[in-house]
Design a protein around this ligand. Sequence first.
Ligand code: ADP
Ligand code: MG
Length: 681
Amino acid sequence: MSAEAKKSGGIPGVALTLAGKLEKLGLRSDNDLILHLPLRYEDETRITAVCDALPGVAAQFEVEVVSSEIAFRPRRQLVCRAQDASGELILRFLNFYPSQQKALQPYTRLRVFGEVRGGFFGTEMIHPRFHAIRDDELLPEALTPVYPTTAGVGQGTLRKLIAAALTRADLADTLPEPLRTQLKLADFGDSVRTLHHPPPVNDIESIETRTEPAWRRICFDELLAQQLSLRHAHAARQARGAPVFHGTGALTKRLLASLPFRLTKAQQRVGKEIAADLAQPHPMQRLLQGDVGSGKTVVAALAMLQAAENGYQAALMAPTEILAEQHYRKLAGWLVPLGIGVAWMASSLKKKDKAAMVQLITSGDATIVVGTHALIEDDVAFHRLGLAIVDEQHRFGVRQRLALKQKAVSPHQLTMSATPIPRTLAMSYYADLDVSAIDELPPGRTPILTKLVSAARRDEVTSRVRDACRGGRQVYWVCPLIEESETLQLKTAEETFEHLTRDLPELRIGLVHGRLKSDEKARVMAAFVAGEVQVLVATTVIEVGVDVPNASLMVIEHAERFGLAQLHQLRGRVGRGAHESACILLFAQPLSENARQRLKIIFENSDGFEIARQDLALRGPGEFIGARQSGMPLLRYADLDDTTLVEQARNTAETMLRDQPDLAERHLRRWMAGREHFLKA
Ligand code: ADP
Ligand code: MG
């Protein structure tokens, strides 16, 4: 292997800059290239006569240039007239290079690919792909693949790399032959070759809609790899030991007796599930899902006490200081009266205070530790950590989640999330994970009134803000999400802040956004919590955390740009006190069909699980999970809805691990190379 190839991590002949871009696509080896399958195809295997062209249908034509000239109607453009025996075709380029102009000399013979449209002057194509034909040039024999790609990696480059990888890589089947025949699955090598270079078919559709046997094989393989890795992870966990926490009730009973409320049925149920896990000699790995306000903290507290009853420490890590501090206050309020030491860890602590906290944690004087990622810093060593809890786990990177776990040999693990993921999906995506859900809110919550208001009626919204503040309430004003540009997002937030300050001069208005230093951010937030700031203009940094019961109105600008989970989370920031609360979703016309549906879902539903279910139906599992879990091994091709195939993959995983573990290993390497560590998080 050349030095260059080694640097690029295994794809021979790829320069470093290109390797970096390929890395973004997850392409590090020949194997990855082979499993990078086309999104769709173009049929360049045949020529259509110009007179047979159908508007809106991509086709290839072979024409001769008659003339080409630069026209200025209505703006500068290159117009090329060309023809075949059946008719004239106009090629129009609104942006073009001199080289393109040069290539379109009269009498040049071209192959042109694209969609035609019926223009005023006849049949025309805008920006078609074209090339001059060499005399001996044959038509391709396979369909032309179109691959998912990223900026700076052209289709041509990918096609060449993948074609080369196909000749080099090991395409041997990882399925035992009898099994493959029994399941009526196509051969692996044949399948990938077909999918990259399919022979011309009458309807390109069977291959594009992925009903082709070759696709079935790929989907099966992907599901099989997932099943195998799940089993691996599960077996590994069962082989590890963990401290057994008998639920003696010595502390949990006292906490329950001291609470001003009774647990809901759902809290009791998940509490039991967790308690049972903690009494096992293997590490718990459980996801606790529950809508905003469903009362996850008290469930976490009970689990922590079960550890404490057995002489172990428990830690709770939250993604922001605001959120961590809320947990700390609540837990200290409950547990200190029971005589339990609670420590607080955050990067904002003064050096001296931090050292004191580290001392409490290391000596074991603090049984419960709450904090931000400051908890996972090197100098924090636990005396005897038995339970690691991570709140809003999707906010942390894989590495951070692993780091907390590594503070002990093999602690029990609980992750908590307010953005529900349907159970089956969660279990398929997060390695080896058990799921509990609190699917009920404590009684007595005031429902939040949700309103959809066109941005044209912004003035009315401003006066609602004024009214709410006159009544002594507080308001969140959430600025539009601008995914493409953080700078633009900041600018919009500042503009909104200026407008509101101008229109509502009598109110105290604060601005908080992601670019602020964390102490500045904390200052503004603290002022809002204290009621000194009445209107908080914010980018989505408030999504997680803040609990200000006096805030009763939330305005979300350009609500159509937010995802459903985000809108639901944001909306959950109000309705936390005794006051009637409202959430105004400002939207800009015209709405896309998809945006309209999303707003309808959030308008009609208040249950986070139901919203997640509908979100999933709208977007499909890949995108639904993708937005939440970057870096997770997604199913790229298979669909969990294909229950027959999922079932077959599950059974095959079992037999393979038992009878042919070496093949199973090879299969996993082909599909998961370098990604297994994500499964452990
Ligand atoms: P989340 O699930 O969003 O983390 P919290 O744990 O912060 O929710 O709980 C929200 C609020 O509800 C807290 O003030 C908490 O003390 C309170 N709470 C929790 N459980 C109950 C219950 N069973 N009955 C009444 N209030 C409860
Ligand atoms: Mg919470």
